[in-house]
Design a protein around this ligand. Structure first.
Ligand code: ASP
Ligand code: MG
Length: 451
């Protein structure tokens, strides 16, 4: 493996305004990351999603007003950058595309997942064009250009949550890798979050997907490291908004970090680590606001692997309990249940079973899908308990260490535990509690098991 290419990713808060963009550009300069992946400017993806809603429900005037706001924000950035003509032209043409898409959605009163992806992609389109220019100004002696990530990241047709086609991506990236390796002055800025199908249609990798983009490119380009720059300096032992004593983690393994992301830590998109992990490429998480702060390294092997590393919370969970006396000594029952989940694309976070019932937690929003719940209810009597929170204790060898559960339960002695999930992973011990008890649970566990 070569040891040269570095990939960096800057999130929305690092693209917030020109000050943030210049700060990010300086980070690129210091670390010489030749591939720079960017998210949309702060809040823009949400604005675009609101715009879809408006296009479906409201009159053209209010739709147009929202488009003008998005346009103004990005054109103002161009102006601040001395109004470079080519740059404004590319912004105008993306805004034209936005107008066309909104018009279509407005007249048809329908937004297909394909249209949604095309529309969302405009956010990263705008920010990446502008940041290319910012980087050019900050790196005057380098050769900086924009690269359309859709020429590299090919995906399946699962719009809004597309799956990258690893083999093809690797092939697409070979010439790019060679080009960058042979020219250390070459820097590219590209869009996070998006890809394209073999047929050329724009897709997205799911919300927060820019981290994933950086990891996919890191793998395909055999990168030396991937740097994720955000607005907090590294990964903390828990959410600092919930527990003031949260501490920065110096280094953490891929497995622990992946469990943290899956079980609620908002620092990384959950699938981010899969590609880099395959090649053992280390990931750095740092803050573009404090680029000199130490941050967190995510690696295959780390020096310290404490029993308890972190505690995370995933709110907005619904506990579904499905019971059916026919389950007694029957087989294939779970398969039936899971085929319903599969059909409706609902993923289960935690599960336990008893003789005639199964309890599972899923994202609360999935319960709004009537055809899903109806189908589930055909399999037995179903109860739903909403507003639950999954509290996960993440660490190492948790299921092989005597006494851990006692310590955990002591901290939860005055909280009702609705479900426990333990044993499947050496890295995770999960309890389900009412959402309003979540913060107390986190603070208690953090105090005794981490601090
Ligand atoms: N802009 C996209 C989002 O807000 C992707 C990202 O920021 O990672 O979800
Ligand atoms: Mg993000």
């Amino acid at each position: 493996m070569n040891q040269k290419i570095k990939v960096s990713k800057f999130g929305g808060s690092s693209m917030k305004d020109l000050t943030a963009m210049n700060r990010s550009a300086q980070v690129v300069k210091t670390h010489e990351t030749q591939i720079v992946v960017v998210s949309a400017t702060y809040g823009t993806t949400n604005r675009l999603l609101d715009l879809i809603d408006q296009s479906l429900k409201q009159d053209w005037r209010s739709i147009f007003e929202s488009i003008l706001k998005i346009r103004k924000r990005h054109l103002d950035l161009c102006l601040e950058l001395d109004g470079h003509h080519e740059l404004s032209k590319s912004i105008y043409s993306l805004i034209d595309e936005l107008v066309t898409l909104c018009t279509g959605i407005h007249y048809l009163k329908e937004c297909t997942p394909k249209a949604k992806d095309r529309l969302q992609s405009i956010g990263e389109g705008l920010s990446s064009r502008i940041f290319t220019h910012v980087l050019k100004k900050n790196l005057p002696d380098k050769d900086v250009s924009f690269l359309d990530v859709r020429d590299y990241i090919f995906t399946d047709k699962n719009f809004t949550k597309a799956v990258p086609l690893t083999e093809i991506i690797r092939k697409n990236c070979i010439p790019l890798e060679q080009e960058i390796l042979s020219n250390p002055n070459k820097f590219y800025v590209t869009q996070g979050f998006i890809g394209r199908t073999i047929d050329g249609e724009t897709t997205t990798l799911g919300r927060g997907g820019s981290d994933y983009t950086a990891s996919i490119l890191g793998e395909a380009l055999n990168a030396q490291e991937v740097q994720i720059w955000t607005d907090v300096a590294g990964i903390a032992t828990t959410d600092p908004k919930i527990c003031k004593q949260a501490q920065r983690i110096n280094e953490i393994t891929f497995k622990e970090a992946a469990e943290m992301a899956t079980f609620g830590a908002k620092i990384l998109h959950p699938t981010t680590l899969t590609p880099v992990k395959r090649k053992g490429i280390p990931v750095f998480v740092g803050s573009s606001y404090e680029p000199d702060a130490p941050g967190t390294w995510i690696k295959e092997k780390v020096n310290e692997q404490p029993l308890v590393r972190a505690v995370t919370i995933k709110e907005g969970q619904c506990l579904i309990t499905l019971s059916n006396p026919d389950m007694l000594e029957a087989h294939g029952f779970l398969a039936n249940i899971f085929s319903v989940f599969e059909k409706h694309d609902v993923s289960v976070d935690a599960i336990t079973t008893s003789e005639i019932s199964v309890a599972m937690t899923i994202d609360m929003k999935s319960v709004d899908n009537i055809s899903f719940t109806k189908e589930l209810e055909r399999l037995g009597s179903v109860t739903y308990e909403k507003n639950m929170a999954l509290v996960s204790i993440i660490g190492n060898n948790i299921n092989h260490t005597p006494g851990v559960s006692l310590k955990i339960f002591e901290q939860l002695s005055n909280i009702n535990i609705r479900m426990i999930c333990q044993g499947a992973s050496i890295h995770n011990f999960c309890v389900l509690v009412a959402q309003e008890e979540g913060k107390k649970a986190i603070n208690n566990i953090h105090k005794t098991l981490i601090q």
